[in-house]
Every structure is written in structure tokens, then in C-alpha cells.
Design a protein around this ligand. Structure first.
Ligand SMILES: NC(=O)c1ccc[n+]([C@@H]2O[C@H](COP(=O)([O-])OP(=O)(O)OC[C@H]3O[C@@H](n4cnc5c(N)ncnc54)[C@H](O)[C@@H]3O)[C@@H](O)[C@H]2O)c1
Length: 296
């Protein structure tokens, strides 16, 4: 089901209106490399949490953003974000029910969105699940479920988005959401399969960046591929972990240099940077934002 579109809101005026109006010969645009007006993005896991918060940042920069999530209807926070979207920014937020494990539907959804707009400028792959238990507590079905979403589903979304970006000659950017759990074992949480699924995403990032960086040689536009490695962020996924074991919260807060968990809105700038031309020389990289968790 597709959810459209935003009511006018009392969001602040677009940044261009708030800038001082100086000399007419000088540009009124500042940091235009962050401008996403006219661009189209898909965001998996955009029904709530980190995916949705980062999707909203892209909307504020002017993009048309399509959130793709397995929730049959998006959570209330999606509706609120849609209502906040200010049409004068040029951006808009849309919802489609899609499970990243359904390869046929992923291909259909990506091509439908690209065909409707004659372009696709990028993907933010944030859909993911955790399975908190020790290694002996994982059945083969548990392992397969985590990998089918965090790795195979993400791989399918990246390749199907890239096909459309190449078809429409869009030299865009793909951002895969990994985690600091991709390169460290997490004190306070046993999740061996989740952790290794996130490690696989970091390696996939480098491999896809290598394959898709220089497509100009084939007549297609190159695509940059990076991954984001958040530390511990307060979302529904993490609240579920704390509900099972409240000690985990204390451990995680004490394990980073800021002494607290992150907030989803602290990833808005990173999403905009990595999906816009502002990061045009960055590919194959893993950006860590973790309050210093992995720095000591
Ligand atoms: N919260 C953290 O501390 C943290 C830290 C590092 C990385 N991450 C990663 O960030 C991403 C977002 O996590 P979050 O904390 O916002 O969690 P969340 O559970 O709030 O959001 C995840 C979203 O993914 C969707 N999803 C799950 N399986 C799906 C599927 N098969 N198809 C489509 N959508 C699916 C869920 O419905 C949900 O809306 C995940 O990949 C997670 O591993 C989170």
C-alpha cells in the first residue's frame, strides 16, 4: 500500500529564505552540494527508527523519498514525519510495503519508482533485525532469518537499486547501514550472527564500490557505495534489548566517551552528507558514529 502525501505544516522556513540577502551578484545558495532538489531516493527500513529519521533529512534537503518497509502500515512516527514535510522545500515522503527478502517485489518496487520519475539517485539500506542470544541459542532458522534480511535482502536492494540508477544514468550514491557490531564484539549483548551479518555489509560495501565506481567506461554513470556504522542508538530495536536485560543500557552508556546512547536525529547529517554530492570523493568507506565507543 502506498501512502501519499503531506499536509502543510508549521515547519521552519526553507534555509534559503533565512539566509542574509547580500549582493545580488553573489550566489543565494550555500552548500549547494548538499541540495537534493529533484532527486529521488529509496530507503529500506524507513517505516520507523533510524531509516525514517535519515529519510526525513533527505526530504528536508529537497528529495522525493520512498520508504520501503515490511510493516503493512508505517508507524505513527512516519505519519508525523510526513506531516512535518514542508512542500516549499521541494521534498516529499512516501511509503510502500515491501519485504527486502521478496526479490521479485524488490525489483518491481525499485523499477516502478524509477520509471515513474525517470530517475533513481540512491538507496539508503537501513532494514535490519537483531537476534540476541548466545551462539548455542541460535537455530539454523534463526541464522537464516537474520542473514536473509541483514545481508541477502540488503544485497538484493542494492543491486536492484543500482540497476535502475544505471538504466537512468544517475551518478548516485548508495548507503548501506552496518554497525560498530560489524567490527567488534559487543559488551552487554550476545548476538554472534547479527554481528557477523554487519561485518559482511562492511565487506560488501568495498566490493560494490569497486565494481560500480567507474561505470563511465561502459557508458553508464558511476555509483558510490559507502556504509554507516552507528554505535548504540535509542530505537525500538534497542528498547527491546533493554526490556529483556536492563543491565545492557548501563553497560552501553558506560562504554562510550559521551556516557550516553545516541539519538536517531544525530545521524541526519551523515545521511545527507553520504547521499549527496557533498561526499563525491568518498566510496568504499565505513563511517563510524558511535560517541567514541570504538575509540578506546
Ligand atoms: N539502534 C541501534 O543502536 C543500531 C546500531 C547500529 C546499527 N543499527 C542498524 O540500523 C538499522 C535500523 O535499525 P533501528 O535501530 O532503527 O531498528 P528498528 O527496528 O527501529 O528499524 C528497523 C526497520 O527495518 C524494518 N525491517 C525489518 N525487517 C525487514 C524486512 N525483511 N523488509 C523490510 N523492512 C524490514 C522494520 O520493520 C523496521 O521498520 C538496522 O539495520 C540496524 O541493524 C542500529
Amino acid at each position: 500500500m502506498a501512502y501519499d502525501h503531506a499536509e502543510p505544516s508549521d515547519a521552519p522556513a526553507p534555509i534559503q529564505e533565512r539566509q542574509p540577502m547580500g549582493d545580488k551578484d553573489r550566489t543565494q545558495k550555500r552548500f549547494s552540494e548538499f541540495d537534493l532538489q529533484g532527486k529521488v531516493f529509496t530507503v529500506t527500513g524507513g517505516g520507523r527508527g533510524l531509516g525514517l529519521t535519515m529519510a526525513e533529512a533527505l526530504v528536508e534537503a529537497g528529495a522525493q523519498v520512498h520508504c520501503l518497509d515490511r510493516l503493512s502500515e508505517p508507524e505513527n512516527e512516519f505519519i508525523q514525519a510526513q506531516n512535518r514535510a514542508n512542500p516549499t522545500y521541494g521534498g516529499s515522503l512516501h511509503y510502500h510495503c515491501m519485504d527486502v527478502r521478496d526479490a521479485e517485489n524488490v525489483a518491481h518496487t525499485m523499477s516502478h519508482i524509477a520509471d515513474m520519475n525517470g530517475r533513481l539517485d540512491g538507496l539508503l539500506a537501513a532494514a535490519g533485525i537483531n537476534h540476541v542470544d548466545n551462539a548455542f541459542g541460535h537455530t539454523q532458522a534463526d541464522v537464516n532469518e537474520v542473514l536473509s534480511i541483514n545481508y541477502t535482502g540488503l544485497f538484493t536492494c542494492a543491486t536492484e537499486a543500482a540497476k535502475q540508477m544505471m538504466k537512468y544514468q544517475c551518478p548516485g550514491s548508495i548507503l548501506l547501514v552496518s554497525s560498530i557490531s560489524g567490527f567488534m564484539a559487543n559488551k552487554g549483548m550476545c548476538a554472534p550472527v547479527y554481528n557477523s551479518s554487519k561485518a559482511a555489509v562492511i565487506q560488501l560495501t568495498r566490493s560494490l564500490a569497486m565494481e560500480w565506481g567507474q561505470l563511465e567506461k561502459t557508458g553508464k554513470k558511476g555509483i558510490r557505495v559507502n556504509c554507516l556504522c552507528p554505535g548504540h542508538v535509542c530505537t525500538a530495536m534497542v528498547e527491546e534489548i533493554f526490556a529483556r536485560d536492563p543491565e545492557t543500557k548501563k553497560i552501553w552508556e558506560s562504554e562510550n566517551m559521551l556516557g550516553r546512547l545516541g539519538r536517531p536525529d544525530e545521524f541526519r547529517g551523515a545521511a545527507l552528507y553520504l547521499l549527496s554530492n557533498a561526499s563525491s570523493f568518498m566510496t568504499g568507506a565505513a563511517l563510524v558514529i558511535d560517541g567514541g565507543h570504538t575509540a578506546w
